[in-house]
Design a binder for this molecule. Structure first.
Ligand code: C2O
Ligand code: CU
Length: 483
């Protein structure tokens, strides 16, 4: 296997500059031996991971189903008939063994978003595995040693904008706990089964029908609008008229894990009459910080704790720039629930910026000068719908080359008029010098995000915008380990 891998060369549409620095602007070809998902190195690294030796078996059947969103009935694609799919919960170091049975009329896979797992289980076809064809199945098996709030979803076309997503919670044995309830809140924007499929949305966007979505913010001109206007916004698969209700007793403490599984919507989240204490983002602990509200981009996660008051409170997610909300209820007393249209004052309160988030000591990446730096300019525009990186649409031959044990700096510069939630597979980065550890970062128009990571997980890894439509039209590239 090793000789085969070493003889496997890929064309890369990028060129190496003198210092081992890869530049994106010089067209050319490099031929580099890569550590592929099939390389024996992947198993060697897995064998080094700390494991409890406990294995959990899961089964996901990807299938069309009719789903009740709390009024609207939609026919969509699901895991096992429900939206969201059932939550997976393991302890850090446990082995996840998950069988994916594909009963969809299209190829699919499962990507484990947020888990720095072995490359051949990353579920990014055709890079890390062959797509799973209709009627076929695939068995994922890996050590889940990345604690935190994560999730799973397909990595094929626009499938994420159907109902194919589920939470993946990896409990941290070192977590101090101190809460009475542990709730998962999955946010989504919804169109499938309402007369337009996500594939049709993509077609219209490509035709320049950008008018589908509001290009203007609400409430003072947010910069976080989207390209698509959705008929529904959901929390845990429900519209605001039929919200999910979390019940507790007054003065109890709840941990709430927010996951943004939407395709084109940032949400501003708040719990009416409460401050939220933010404890984690993308699974990594931050120094606890209190806020009224925060914005969560597609692919991001936030964990907060709240000490509950006495009453019925709206847990609200405002779809930024879209003039609509998703809703759940937190109930600690009898009474009348707030109306579905409620907009609690916290939404206009203190908003948490990234620079108020600092990692706790043990998750901070030790300071080190980068061995290699890659620049990713986010490019393209709404009317031409030509999203890309460094002016190029995604091509499977692209590589940002790195080597094992390097410190890598990704400098992500947004040269477009839209915001983008950039996501990297298999790694987490430190944002700036003092920022949080994350795997997905919102980059506003004209802004730069500096993401440092330790190259400790060999393989071939996708980097892409987590806007489904930007990803699908080309805002993606590949971080590739050289052998
Ligand atoms: Cu959430 Cu490439 O994925
Ligand atoms: Cu984008």
């Amino acid at each position: 296997m090793s000789t085969i891998d070493r003889r496997t060369f890929v064309r890369a549409g990028l060129a190496l500059a003198g210092t081992g620095l890869l530049t994106a602007c010089t067209p050319g070809e490099i031929r580099a031996p890569l550590i592929l998902p099939t390389s024996p190195r992947i198993g060697e690294v897995e064998a080094r991971r700390r494991t409890t030796g406990r294995t959990h078996d899961f089964r996901f059947t990807a299938q069309a189903a009719q789903v009740d969103l709390g009024g609207p009935q939609v026919t969509t694609w699901t895991y096992d008939g429900s939206v969201p799919g059932k939550e997976i919960r393991v302890r850090a170091g446990d082995v996840i063994q998950a069988e994916l049975a594909n009963r969809l009329p299209a190829d699919t896979t499962i990507h484990w978003h947020g888990l720095a797992l072995r490359n051949d289980m990353d579920g990014a076809p055709p890079l890390t595995q062959d797509p799973v064809a209709p009627g076929d199945s695939f068995s994922y098996r890996f050590i889940a040693d990345t604690p935190g709030t994560h999730w799973l979803h397909p990595h094929s076309g626009t499938q994420l904008d159907r109902g194919l997503y589920a939470p993946v919670i990896v409990e941290d044995p070192a977590d101090p706990g101190g809460y009475d309830h542990d709730w998962t809140v999955v946010l989504d924007d919804w169109i499938d089964g309402t007369g337009t499929t996500p594939d049709e949305v993509l077609t219209r966007l490509r035709q320049g029908a950008g008018g589908m979505g509001s290009r203007h913010g609400m409430g003072g001109g947010t910069t976080l609008g989207g390209d698509v206007r959705y008929p529904y916004y959901l929390i845990n698969g429900r519209v605001p008229a039929a919200p999910v209700t979390f019940t507790a007793r007054p003065r109890q403490r709840a941990r709430i894990r927010f996951i943004n599984a939407a395709s084109d919507t940032a949400f501003r989240i708040a719990l009416g009459s409460h401050r939220m204490r933010v404890t984690h983002t993308d699974g990594f602990a931050v120094r606890p910080v209190d806020t009224d509200t925060l914005v969560i981009g597609m692919g991001e996660r936030y964990d907060v704790t709240v000490t509950l008051g006495d009453g019925i409170f709206p847990l609200i997610a405002l779809a930024e720039g879209k003039g609509a909300t998703a809703l759940a209820l937190v109930r600690t007393a009898v009474g009348t629930p707030p109306p579905a249209s409620i907009l609690p004052a916290e939404l206009d309160g203190e908003l948490l910026p990234y620079d108020r988030l600092t990692p706790v000591e043990h998750v901070r990446l030790p300071a080190k000068a980068p061995d290699v730096e890659h620049r990713l300019d986010l490019t393209g525009g709404m009317m031409s719908y030509d999203w890309g990186i460094n002016g190029l649409p995604f091509d499977h031959a692209q590589r940002l080359l790195i080597r094992e044990d390097q410190r890598v700096r990704l400098t992500i510069r947004n040269r477009t008029m839209m915001w983008h939630p950039l996501h990297i597979h298999g790694h987490t980065f430190q944002l700036g010098d003092t920022g949080p550890r994350k795997d997905t970062v919102i980059v506003l128009p004209g802004r730069i995000a500096t993401c440092d990571l330790a190259a400790d997980n060999p393989g071939q890894w996708m980097i892409h915008c987590h806007n489904t439509y930007h990803h699908e039209t080309g805002m993606a590239t590949i971080l590739g380990y050289e052998a």
